[in-house]
Design a protein around this ligand. Structure first.
Ligand SMILES: N=C(N)NCCC[C@H](NC(=O)[C@@H]1CCC/C1=C\[C@H](COP(=O)(O)O)NC(=O)[C@@H](N)Cc1ccccc1)C(N)=O
Length: 169
């Protein structure tokens, strides 16, 4: 039985390793443990996201999004539309319509993202792959890290436009 266990830092939204004997906390897996041992530590299952295909590292999430850009977007252009002139209110109305169609159906989410998302990730049904904190714009990061796998956000707004976020792992 290892003296180590995996716990979650709520302030950082990241897992860490706690030594129940020395009461020491470290961010990285203790070097004396093999990968196998780390994965079998108490708390590893719920805190160390392995995700689909296991590419996810601790503290990462995988998410897809459906982005609708508007005239106030930092880059009001996309694969779909050279020059995006809709207002932010119109973009929200459009996204509200997709939100209704999706309900809780993740397959429908990917279909609508593929057809309508103003992000290059539309080609993969909106999939952004795995990412950790510090990579995405803050409102997007907070939404993604605030979801459980399989859960979809409400409409959120970033400098890119308005999004629906679906956490997948
Ligand atoms: N996987 C990463 N680390 N890629 C870098 C993300 C940069 C990050 N992006 C965002 O926060 C928003 C939310 C999600 C997508 C996104 C914006 C834009 C669209 O908006 P625009 O930039 O025209 O304003 N799409 C992207 O970046 C795409 N390369 C994301 C992507 C596409 C295909 C596969 C993987 C990732 C940022 N810090 O700006």
């Amino acid at each position: 039985m290892s003296v180590w266990e995996v716990r979650m830092s709520n302030s950082k939204g990241l897992p860490y390793f706690f030594n129940t004997e020395t009461k020491q906390s470290v961010w990285d897996p203790p070097s004396e443990l093999s990968k196998e041992e780390v994965e079998n530590l108490p708390g590893a299952k719920e805190h160390l996201s392995s995700g689909a295909g296991g590419e996810g590292r601790p503290g990462q999430v995988r998410a897809s999004h459906l982005l609708v850009k508007h005239s106030g977007s930092r880059r009001p252009s996309s694969w779909k539309e050279e020059n995006i002139t809709r207002s932010q209110d119109e973009a929200v109305e459009i996204l509200r319509g997709y939100q209704e169609q999706i309900g809780g159906d993740t397959k429908k989410f990917a279909e609508l993202a593929k057809e309508h998302s103003d992000c290059s990730s539309h080609a993969h049904g909106g999939d952004l792959g795995f990412f950790g904190r510090g990579q995405m714009q803050k409102p997007f990061e907070d939404a993604a890290f605030g979801l459980e796998p399989g859960q979809m956000s409400d409409i959120i707004s970033t400098d890119s436009g308005v999004h629906l976020v679906l956490r997948t792992a």
